[in-house]
Design a binder for this molecule. Structure first.
Ligand code: FAD
Length: 106
């Protein structure tokens, strides 16, 4: 079976980075593909209980693929749901760009 922790870190890195560089004004094609990427996770993510819970969470909280800022916030909130479930600290979603796009201020 996969290493769920390493898989998780790699997947969050991919997803948050992709959200951070998603267009401010995505085309219909970009929106549709982002939606498919997110909706494929409950079906394909190779940690079955993670996939199951994530599927339930995104049914209650549908992805907002309208633009970079909204998508980054939505994803941060979904990651915080998982953090809560695992007893980890919540991440401050005001800091997603600093963490995944801009780096620390100098
Ligand atoms: P991670 O949670 O992997 O986070 C990596 C980095 O992201 C952190 O160091 C921090 O800098 C940043 N970060 C943290 N929170 C946020 C946030 N809210 N927004 C933006 N950036 C943030 N593991 C399980 O054991 N059970 C599960 O059910 C489960 N479900 C998962 C579902 C999905 C869709 C994914 C992608 C992963 C899931 N995982 C699950 C894995 C789990 O979320 C962690 O990736 C893993 O436990 C490693 O945690 P970590 O503490 O190294 O940091």
């Amino acid at each position: 079976p996969p290493d769920v922790e390493q898989l998780g870190r790699a997947t969050w890195t991919f997803l948050h980075t992709t959200a951070a560089y998603y267009p401010e004004k995505p085309t219909p094609t970009q929106r549709a593909n982002m939606l498919m990427l997110l909706r494929s996770l409950p079906i394909l993510y190779p940690c079955t209980w993670c996939a199951q819970d994530f599927g339930e969470d995104i049914e209650k909280n549908p992805p907002d693929v309208s633009g970079r800022v909204a998508l980054s916030k939505w994803l941060c909130e979904r990651h915080n749901e998982v953090n809560s479930k695992l007893g980890k600290k919540k991440f401050d979603c005001a800091k997603v760009d600093e963490r995944w796009k801009d780096g620390p201020p100098d």
